[in-house]
Design a protein around this ligand. Structure first.
Ligand SMILES: [Zn+2]
Length: 199
């Protein structure tokens, strides 16, 4: 395995989550992937998202829109479903809406979406409609499902069943992103979320 791919592997191997997820099978390193850039973008996004953990509205879901070629950040957004009483306000959809509005464009071709958690089918569909080049995710749907209800369709499957093209890479910095879910303040908030997974 090329050295440049080791950080992904290292993240997986140092994790104790490998046995509880199908992420190993989902891990993809597509041609054209930029591991170092992806890791730095994801680290910055995780840090941005983590700031919410110290507020009255902690959220583990953050997304960023970044210019694919230059790596320049356009914007970041958090999930805002609870505060806006809008079930579609997942971080990814919100970031896509804000980006399209800011650019005054229907298409986000030329941009990459980074997200702290693998996009749900709604968000992945939105990414396809937006014509994003790539989606790079941190934690997996399976990771999130330990805390909140999920629709268990992998992001890659949504792409495969579409007529659109979009490269999906992940998990990237999975442990760091999953740590957003297991922060004590987040665990407390999950108990209050209406979407809390019922056991
Ligand atoms: Zn979503």
């Amino acid at each position: 395995m090329p050295f440049s791919l080791l950080p992904y592997k290292g993240t997986m191997l140092s994790s104790d989550m490998g046995n509880t997820s199908r992420a190993g099978a989902q891990t993809q390193l597509n041609r054209g992937s930029k591991p170092e850039l992806d890791r730095s973008q994801m680290a910055a996004l995780a840090a941005f998202t983590a700031r919410s953990l110290e507020t009255s509205a902690p959220r583990p879901f953050g997304a960023a829109i970044v210019h694919t070629r230059t790596g320049k950040l356009l914007l970041r957004a958090l999930n805002d479903a609870h505060r806006q009483n809008d079930p579609s306000m997942h971080a990814e959809v919100r970031a896509i809406r804000l980006a399209a509005r800011r650019l005054k464009l229907l298409s986000l071709a030329g941009y990459t979406l980074y997200t702290t958690c693998e996009p749900c089918p709604m968000c992945m569909s939105c990414a396809l409609w937006a014509e994003l080049d790539r989606v790079v995710y941190g934690a997996t749907i399976e990771d999130a499902s330990h805390h909140v209800r999920q629709i268990r369709i992998p992001a890659t499957e949504v792409v495969e069943r579409s007529d659109m093209r979009c490269t999906v890479d992940g998990p990237v910095l999975r442990e760091e992103c999953y740590a957003l879910f297991t922060h004590p303040n987040m665990l407390r908030a999950f108990k209050q979320w209406a979407t809390r997974r019922r056991k």
